[in-house]
Design a protein around this ligand. Structure first.
Ligand code: MG
Length: 352
C-alpha cells in the first residue's frame, strides 16, 4: 500500500460568512492510496474550530499510515484500530477512510453505495443550498442564483436576523432550514424561533452554544420547530446525551472521521429516535461525493460545499434542480481534474 498526500487551496466564489467565522478559501488535504494498481482518493477539510489545520492533518496521516495493515478490505477493523491509537483528528481520519471506500469499491467493481447495501434511490435525494451571512442588499442576487434549489439553508445568528428573513420572504416562499451556528442567547432563540415558526421553516440548527444542553432542552419544550445539533455533536459517543435537547443531529464526515463512523452515528441516532441531516464543510466534489453515497440513510441532505468553489479539483456527484445524481462508477466514482497552473500543489509526501 502506497499512501501519498498533498495540500491544495480551494478558492471560494464569494466570501462565506457564518455567525462564528468567515472564509475566502479553504486549504484541504488530498490523500491517494495505491495497491494492486488501484487508486483510492480521500479528502480532509480541516477546521480550526475542531482543532485541525494543514499542519495537523499531515502529521496525523503520517501516524495513521503504519496502522493500516495489509488488508484494505477490512475497513471496520482498520477504523477501530486507528481510533484506539489516535484521538480526535477526524478530518485526517475521514480522508483515509473515504480513500479506503473508494479503493474497496474499485477492487470489488461496485459503487460505494452498493458496497454499503444501499439502493440507487440516493439519486432522487434533494440537497439544500446554504446562503451565508451577507449584506441584505445582496440577498436578491443570491436568491436568484439559487432559484433551482427547492430547499435553502439560511445562516443566522446576527443582529439583522428578522430583516434577513423578511427580505428572503419578500423574494421566495420556498421552505428553509435555519442554522444559527450557536449565535443566539436562550431568550433570543425563544423569540426568534417562535417568529420563524410562521415563516415556512422546517428546522433550526444549533440555536445555542454547543455545550448548553440544559438551555437547549428548555428551549425545545417551548418551541414548535425541530432542533438539530451540529456543533454539539461530532461522533457517535456524543449522541446519547443529546437526546433530551435535540430532535436530530447533523452528521459530517469531517467531524466524525469518515463513512464508517457516520454509519454508526446514523444507527445510534435512529435507535434513539433522532432524525439525521447529512452536512459538509467546504470540500471539493471528492469529499461531497463520499458523503452523498450515504445520503439515502438521511432525512435532510446539505451537500453543497463544492458548489461554493471556483476551482473544484474533482468531479463526482451532479446536482440538477437541487437533486443529487450519484456517479455509478466503482468506488466513490470521483475523478481528478488534471491540475491547472493556478492550483497550488505542495507538500507531497510518500509513505510506503
Ligand atoms: Mg451547521
Amino acid at each position: 500500500m502506497n499512501l501519498t498526500f498533498y495540500c491544495e487551496t480551494l478558492s471560494l466564489k464569494r466570501i462565506f460568512r457564518v455567525a462564528t467565522s468567515a472564509k475566502t478559501d479553504a486549504e484541504n488535504i488530498f490523500v491517494e492510496i495505491n495497491q494492486e494498481g488501484i487508486t483510492g482518493w480521500g479528502e480532509a477539510a480541516p477546521s480550526k474550530f475542531y482543532h485541525e489545520d494543514i499542519q495537523t492533518v499531515p502529521q496525523t496521516i503520517k501516524k495513521i499510515a503504519p496502522l493500516l495493515g495489509n488488508n484494505p478490505l477490512a475497513i471496520q477493523t482498520i477504523h477501530d484500530h486507528i481510533n484506539t491509537q489516535i484521538p480526535g483528528n477526524f478530518a485526517a481520519k475521514a480522508a483515509v477512510n473515504m480513500a479506503y471506500y473508494d479503493w474497496i469499491g474499485k477492487r470489488l467493481n461496485i459503487p460505494a453505495y452498493a458496497l454499503l447495501g444501499l439502493d440507487i434511490a440516493p439519486q432522487e435525494t434533494i440537497t439544500s443550498f446554504t446562503i451565508g451571512i451577507d449584506a441584505i442588499e445582496r440577498l436578491p442576487e443570491q436568491i436568484e442564483e439559487t432559484a433551482h434549489f427547492p430547499l435553502l439553508k439560511i445562516k443566522l445568528g446576527t443582529k439583522h436576523d428578522y430583516r434577513i428573513i423578511e427580505k428572503i420572504r419578500s423574494l421566495t416562499n420556498k421552505p428553509i432550514i435555519i442554522d444559527a451556528n450557536e449565535g443566539w442567547s436562550r431568550k433570543e432563540a425563544l423569540e426568534k424561533i417562535n417568529w420563524l415558526t410562521q415563516q415556512n421553516v422546517l428546522l433550526i440548527e444549533q440555536p445555542l452554544l454547543a455545550d448548553d444542553l440544559e438551555g437547549t432542552s428548555w428551549l425545545r419544550k417551548q418551541v414548535n420547530l425541530p432542533l438539530f445539533a451540529d456543533e454539539s455533536v461530532k461522533t457517535g459517543a456524543d449522541i446519547p446525551k443529546l437526546r433530551e435537547a435535540f430532535d436530530g443531529i447533523n452528521v459530517k464526515l469531517m467531524k466524525c472521521g469518515g463513512i464508517t463512523e457516520a454509519l454508526r452515528m446514523i444507527s445510534t441516532a435512529r435507535a434513539l429516535g433522532l432524525q439525521v441531516m447529512l452536512g459538509c464543510f467546504i470540500e471539493s466534489s471528492l469529499g461531497i461525493t463520499a458523503a452523498a453515497h450515504i445520503s439515502a440513510l438521511c432525512d435532510f441532505v446539505d451537500l453543497d460545499g463544492h458548489l461554493l468553489l471556483k476551482n473544484d479539483p474533482f468531479t463526482g456527484i451532479k446536482i440538477n434542480n437541487g437533486r443529487i445524481k450519484l456517479p455509478d462508477k466503482p468506488g466513490l466514482g470521483v475523478e481528478r481534474i488534471p491540475p491547472q497552473n493556478n492550483n497550488k500543489k505542495s507538500d507531497e509526501i510518500k509513505i510506503d
